[in-house]
Design a protein around this ligand. Sequence first.
Ligand code: SAM
Length: 306
Amino acid sequence: MVTNTEQIFTFLNEHAESNNEDLYLEAVIEACQEWLSGERMPRLSPSVTKEEIRRGIQLAVLKGMKEQAQPNHQMTPDAIGMLIGHFANKLMQHKEQVTLLDPAAGTGNLLFTVMNAIGDKATATSVEIDELLVRLSAITAELLEQPVRFFVQDALRPLLVDPVDLVVCDLPVGYYPDDDNAISFEMMPAEGHAFAHHLFIEQSMNHLREGGYAIFLTPSSLFESDQSAELHRYLKKNAVIRAVLQLPESLFRSAAHEKSLFILQKPYAEMKAKPDVLLSKVPNMSDKLAMSRFLEQIEDWVSEEL
Ligand code: SAM
């Protein structure tokens, strides 16, 4: 039997392949628009879920990204997105409404995975500098019926966003070239360009409400750079580190590409002494026993948290 996810991928792929004029991703957007307007639709069972729709679109976008070679816009892999979704859902479980921000939302794949994990109580703001990716994520949000506001801009410029409960972000990594703007950040170094990933952490903390959480996907070498002194100083003053979780090596091409999850909390007035930091290694995700032990450890950590 053909699954809903496969039906969606086939529908988008056939449209994109038969359209010689547009680039693949442009054609995917066009097919999504036709689907939304009811002009042409994939054949889906009535029980189709938001996750099936997200995955079907994601498969087509992955194919388009390979063809259009977008090295700076790598989509957050599903295994990592789902783990972030699990944390987000646990941390937000006692809230009736949740406001979310992804300041480097790309295709929106990570943001939608997290929204689907949290359920109907989430509303989100997405910021992304690449206009094509914003159009792609905006049409996906409509098909998923997820309430998201979109900003096409440099996320390190002033953001018109009220403080949120939760930030999720697969951080863009590298130097940020706009020194005139970076100067307004605490993590601007005395010499040379600032790191974009440092400034994204600072900008995210600026837009969190007190007690709110931020879940970042960062390079595992985050604390080993020549600007780590700026990062340490900033975090000590402005954030509480709640967890550092090293992701399994098998998810990455080489040691240099390895990433970790970094969970911060914005301090609040009644906060007691600084809590212990959860330092752990995420096991290989295909090892079911190790994974269930790890999720139990997370469960204990979350129940101490809330
Ligand atoms: N989570 C995303 C997804 O699932 O598609 C992938 C995020 S990708 C690792 C980082 C994104 O940050 C890229 O799409 C890039 O265009 C965007 N970006 C880089 N610098 C930016 C800036 N200054 N302001 C806004 N977006 C930026």
